[in-house]
Design a binder for this molecule. Structure first.
Ligand code: AMP
Length: 213
């Protein structure tokens, strides 16, 4: 199987980073570290971080680097991250990537999942997420067997506030302006493999496994 276990998944919102990370963690036996999931958990729990992050998230803007870097450092200090990790949604700015380098957080491979804006918008606008297990569905492309109910665990499906047509353009813009420069950043370090993120989930997964060899 794949060699690299310290991975970054790059790609716009809705590119499939979370979906693919959930499969990769089984193959690689390392945890998925999603800053978006960690922030949503902080909001649910009503922590200080959650409160500070919420207005940025609801507007589709990036949460300030200082808060994110602290969050990731704490998460990476957990024992399950000792042998590797799949970073999903982090880093999202050059400052975050610099902080990783300075802090000695290793990166062996960066997989850049490419999907165009029209498709990202379609995927996000009709995406539904399970409140309990985080599984992701789509009203046309991955329809749950029972409307509003998660196939995997029976939990309630909901639409993320930032998956609305009002907020999606802001998220796409934040990606282009602040995150896309990381492709070049890591390319200069010889780490990037670009993968076509369109088509069947299994096919995309196969491309990622190839890219990790
Ligand atoms: P995601 O679930 O990855 O789409 O992230 C949802 C939202 O959380 C983003 O639109 C940002 O507001 C915030 N967020 C997640 N990860 C980061 C990050 N690395 N840097 C800044 N903001 C982030």
């Amino acid at each position: 199987m794949a060699n690299a276990t310290r991975l970054i998944l790059l790609g716009g919102p809705g590119a499939g980073k979370g979906t693919q990370a959930k499969r990769l963690i089984k193959a690689l036996s390392v945890p998925q570290i999603s800053t978006g999931d960690l922030l949503r958990a902080a909001r649910r729990e009503g922590t200080a971080l959650g409160l500070q992050a919420q207005s940025y998230m609801d507007q589709g803007k990036l949460v300030p680097d200082g808060l994110i870097i602290e969050l990731v450092n704490e998460r990476l200090a957990q024992p399950d991250a000792e042998n590797g990790y799949i970073l999903d949604g982090f880093p999202r700015t050059t400052a975050q990537a610099d902080a990783m380098e300075v802090g000695g957080i290793a990166v062996e491979r960066v997989v850049n999942i490419v999907v165009d804006d029209d498709e990202l918008t379609q995927r996000l606008a009709e995406r539904r997420i399970c409140r309990d297990c985080g599984a992701s569905f789509h009203l046309r492309f991955k329809v749950p067997a029972k409307a509003g109910i998660c196939d995997a665990c029976g939990g309630e499906l909901y639409q993320r506030r930032d998956d609305s047509l009002e907020v999606i353009p802001e998220r796409l813009a934040a990606y282009k302006e602040q995150t896309q420069p990381l492709v070049e950043y890591y390319d200069a370090r010889g780490l990037v493999r670009t993968v076509d993120g369109t088509g069947a989930i299994d096919d995309i997964y196969g491309r990622i496994i190839e890219a990790l060899k």
